[in-house]
Write a protein that binds this ligand. Sequence first.
Ligand code: G
Ligand code: G
Ligand code: NA
Ligand code: MN
Length: 255
Amino acid sequence: LAIGSRLRLSLDTMAGFYLLYQPQLDLKSGRLIGAEALIRWTLPDIGSVPPGMFIPLAEEFGMIVPIGEWVLREACRQLKAWSDRFAGGWHLSINLSVKQLQQPDFVAGVDRIVAESGVDPGRLCFEITETAALLNLESCAQILNELRARGIRIALDDFGTGYSSLLLLKSLPLSIVKIDRSFTHDLLASSATASIVSGIIAMSKGLGMSVIAEGIETEEQLEALGRLGCEGYQGYHESRPLPPDLFERQYLADD
Ligand code: G
Ligand code: G
Ligand code: NA
Ligand code: MN
C-alpha cells in the first residue's frame, strides 16, 4: 500500500504517531525556555517515515487538519501532565500548517482543545512559516491576533528562507523569530551570513521579539551566536528531539 493510503488508514486511531520534544535554551544562562514538539510516525513493517515526507502528503491530501488536531491535543495533554508536576517558565511550541490556519473554525478548535486539556494557553507557542503567513497576510494576522489575545505566543519559523518579507515582522503579533538552520550552518564560513544574522537579531529585538537560532550543531556556532546577541538556541549540539520520558528526566526533574 502506498504511503498516502497508509496515512489515511492511520487517521482513525493515529496508531504509530508520537511526539518528540526538542529543548530550546537561553544562550547565556543555559536555562530551559521552551520545547518544540515534533511529530514522528513509525509503521511496524516499514519503520519510521520522515515527517519531511508525510507532512507534505498530508497537506496535499487533506489529512493535515486531523493530524494537526491530534498534535495539539497530545501536546496539551503532555504539557498539562508536566505542569502539574514541574515548574513552569518555559513554553511548548507546536508547528502549524498553513492548511490549519485556513480552517474557518481553527481558533474555536484551539479553544476547545485548550479547555479540555486544562493547560494554561500562556504556556503554548505556535510556530508558523513565512509561506503560511504570506498566503493571506490580513486573515493570518487576524487569526494570530485572536490566538495572541488568549496568551498563546507566535513564533515565525525558518525565518530568512523563502520570501522573507519584513512586512511580516511588522504586521504579525510575533513573540519569537526563529533563525533558519541554513544560516546557522553558514555562520562561521560566511561573513555575509553573519551580517544577515546580526541584522535579524537587531531588528527582532527592536521590535520587542526574542530570537531563537535553530540547528546549532557545534560549540563554535553557539559562541558566534552569543557574540551576535542571539538569546535562544535549539539544535543537536544541546539535544536531539527526545521522547517525553527522556525530556522530563534531562530538563524537568531537578535531581
Ligand atoms: O522533525 P523534523 O526536522 O524531521 O521535521 C521535518 C519537518 O516537519 C519540519 O519542517 C517540521 O516543521 C515539520 N513538522 C514536524 N512536526 C510537525 C507537526 O506536528 N506539524 C506540522 N505541520 N509540521 C511538523
Ligand atoms: O521546519 P522546522 O524548523 O520546524 O524543522 C525542525 C526540524 O529540524 C526537526 O525535525 C528537527 O529534527 C530538525 N533539527 C533540530 N535540530 C537540528 C540540528 O541541529 N541540525 C539539523 N540538521 N536538524 C535539526
Ligand atoms: Na518548527
Ligand atoms: Mn524551523
